[in-house]
Design a protein around this ligand. Structure first.
Ligand code: ACO
Ligand code: OAA
Length: 373
């Protein structure tokens, strides 16, 4: 009988004090996601995940100032982004490469002490938003926009992306999305980051590995595919026939289902509400109505609820953001969680090296190349 578990389902692979999913309740450092989503800024969440405590006002102010100050990216990075094949490169591929490049230009990249790692954490968290925004502008034929030190992380991200200061509702939506995506226990990309740095490799390597894992459509890449699906469906009345056919063909509906949550992802309701509000505001209610119809149908016929990626799609679309930037935005948020896990891994490290159950041929006689048929 097999001793391995496909996909490591329900295998507990490490201890962590950063976030937990217990009885479908998600919390960061013991604070319920519902409270955090309603009340916190993304900067507060970053502080919480990295320090395992909520910040005081002065600690928060210091982190905000530090992030805003570090949000610029050098000409070397910008020129590199310009050199990509802008018509075909996916922004997640650009981001994966650019984060590696940030490491090359960071003199402390391989300095492994705790203080240096904390300094790098702030620089990376700040610059990753600037990289995503700069890439988006460059491929649209525009110049990157410098951040403003008086703006919050979320406002600065939208400012760098669009070149104009965002409305409060836009900042609220992005802030909430960043808070909700920040960490999620031992998801695939976080596990990847931990495996990578458990060899005592550097933070940048861990993040590049994590971005690669997040890019896949079974993980963070699902949000882009949700929007592509909605656009393909086009009109509300097409939604159910389209989904019915997909399910009959045993195809997966993106944004539905979850390895850990069986009764529903607690983050989805906040994005559902935000989608309702924003699509109404922009006169694009059909994306919300279509999403509701799909969610209900898939729940009824497959017993699968929506995950965090499902409604984030119509939220970002309502903000005028292109679909292929959805997963990079996820990465901007999850960088906070990845870094928290990387620091936690360093603090009590042991090489991660599981075993594989061999299922190949039995031992065989070696046959020289001349005698092989
Ligand atoms: C931030 C995140 O990463 S959240 C997840 C984002 N990913 C997606 O939204 C992609 C769509 N969802 C999926 O592919 C899956 O639900 C996953 C990857 C999230 C979880 O996968 P697993 O736990 O391995 O579930 P698994 O793939 O074994 O599914 C179990 C059954 O439900 C079906 N199923 C699972 N998800 C879906 C879906 N979205 N649409 C249709 N059927 C589905 C499977 O086909 C399988 O059916 P079967 O037993 O008849 O073969
Ligand atoms: O936990 C998972 O498997 C995927 C997920 O929802 C996330 O990373 O936010």
């Amino acid at each position: 009988m097999s001793t391995s578990k496909k996909g490591l389902e329900n295998i507990v692979a490490t201890q962590s004090a950063i976030s937990s999913i217990i009885d479908d309740q998600l919390s960061y450092v013991g604070y319920k996601i519902d409270d955090l989503a309603e009340n916190s800024s993304f900067e507060e969440i970053i502080y919480l995940l990295w320090n395992q405590k909520l910040p005081t006002q002065s600690e928060l102010n210091a982190l905000k100032a530090d992030l805003a100050k570090n949000m610029n990216i050098s000409d070397a990075i910008v020129n590199h982004l310009r050199s990509y094949d802008l018509n075909s490169v996916h922004p997640m591929a650009a981001l994966r490469t650019a984060v590696s490049l940030l490491g090359i230009y960071d003199e402390e990249a391989d300095v492994m002490d705790e203080e240096a790692n904390k300094r790098k954490a702030v620089r990376i968290q700040a610059k990753i938003a600037a990289v995503v925004a700069a890439f988006a502008r460059i491929r649209d034929g525009k110049d990157p926009v410098q951040p403003k030190e008086n703006l919050s992380y979320s406002a600065n991200f939208l400012y760098m992306l669009n070149g104009k200061e965002p409305e409060d509702i836009e900042v609220e939506a992005i802030n909430k999305a960043l808070v909700l995506h920040a960490d999620h226990e031992l998801n695939a990309s976080t596990f990847t980051a931990r495996v990578c740095v458990a060899t005592l490799s550097d933070i940048y390597s861990g993040l590049v590995a994590a971005i690669g894992a997040l890019k896949g459509p079974l993980h963070g890449g699902a949000n882009e595919n949700v929007m592509k699906m909605l656009l393909e469906i086009g009109e509300e009345e097409n939604a159910i026939p389209y989904i019915k056919e997909k399910l009959e063909n045993k195809e997966k509906i993106m944004g539905m289902g979850h390895r850990v949550y069986r009764d529903g992802d607690p983050r989805a309701k906040f994005l559902r509400d935000m989608s309702k509000q924003l699509t109404k505001l922009t006169g694009q209610e059909k994306w919300y109505n279509m999403s509701i119809a799909i969610e209900d149908y898939v729940k009824e016929h497959k017993g699968l609820p929506a995950n965090v990626d499902f409604y984030s799609a119509s939220v970002y679309h309502s903000l005028g953001i292109e679909e292929d930037l959805f997963t990079p935005i996820f990465a901007v948020s999850r960088t906070s969680g990845w870094i928290a896990h990387i620091l936690e891994q360093y603090a009590d490290n042991r090489l991660i090296r599981p075993r594989a159950e061999y299922n190949g041929p039995d031992l065989q006689e070696y046959v020289s190349i001349e005698q092989r048929g």
